[in-house]
Design a protein around this ligand. Structure first.
Ligand SMILES: [Zn+2]
Length: 239
């Protein structure tokens, strides 16, 4: 959930808002030189949204966004390590981390990508579905890949892949995406988010998309390859 947009834009008309959002999304912040590590990255910075005094989206009965996001981020972290990536967790506990500090952590790490995990909020209970945001054109492929994998979950609704000026993606040097894993204000998706198996599946899909973005399809969770022993002359000797 990104609160700032609601507070900032109250009172602006829709057209003005759209123009403003597009302008924000299309340019990096001054001094940010974006780099394309989308095909080379060896480190994933995993950012669990919110934390501490900032609980994010919340509707009873169900998890607060800060806790659900942390849980998915921890699972994602584990899966990425199993896939031989280096990882950095922006937070690994229920603590508050300012947005600029999150960006700074990501920007310090060479040859990385940045993945921010969130759940969403809407005043309209019926709204549900996955959204993935990016700002750098170098992150577009990853954003599309994550959305595509999330859409393979049963019951998934597609709310699209979008550019946006959210600070953690806009000010990132390296390709950066923000994944909205469903609406905690929707009873169905709040129910999903409450289930450990579902949060594990979310992490699994995001991890799979990251591995595919780097190494191509068919690698994630593939059984370990056993080297094939060459037989002289191609003839298999009798036992
Ligand atoms: Zn959020």
């Amino acid at each position: 959930m990104i609160i700032v947009s609601v507070r900032m834009f109250r009172g602006m008309n829709r057209l003005l808002l759209l123009g403003f959002c597009l302008a924000l999304a299309s340019c990096a912040a001054p001094g940010v030189q974006r780099k394309d590590t989308s095909r080379t990255f060896n480190t994933v910075v995993v950012d669990a949204g919110h934390g501490g005094k900032d609980r994010g989206a919340y509707r009873r009965p169900g998890p607060a966004e800060k806790m659900a996001a942390l849980d998915v981020a921890q699972r994602l972290n584990r899966k990425l390590r199993e896939s031989r990536f280096r990882t950095v967790m922006v937070r690994n506990a229920d603590v508050f981390v300012p947005l600029d500090r999150r960006v700074a952590i990501g920007n310090r790490i060479d040859n990385s990508i940045f993945v921010s995990v969130h759940f969403n909020y809407s005043p309209r209970r019926a709204i549900r579905g996955f959204e993935v945001y990016y700002a750098s054109p170098y992150a577009r492929g990853l954003a599309l890949g994550i959305q595509r994998k999330l859409m393979t979950l049963s019951g998934a609704r597609n709310r699209g892949v979008h550019t946006a000026g959210f600070r953690v993606i806009k000010n990132s040097v390296y390709p950066s995406v923000l994944v909205e894993c469903g609406y905690l204000t929707n009873p169905v998706e709040r129910g999903y988010a409450s289930r450990e198996a579902y949060r594990e599946a979310l992490a699994d899909k995001i991890a799979e998309a990251i591995v595919e973005a780097r190494y191509g399809p068919g690698i994630y969770n593939a059984p370990p390859r056993v080297p094939v022993q060459e037989q002289p002359g191609g003839v298999i000797p009798p036992p």
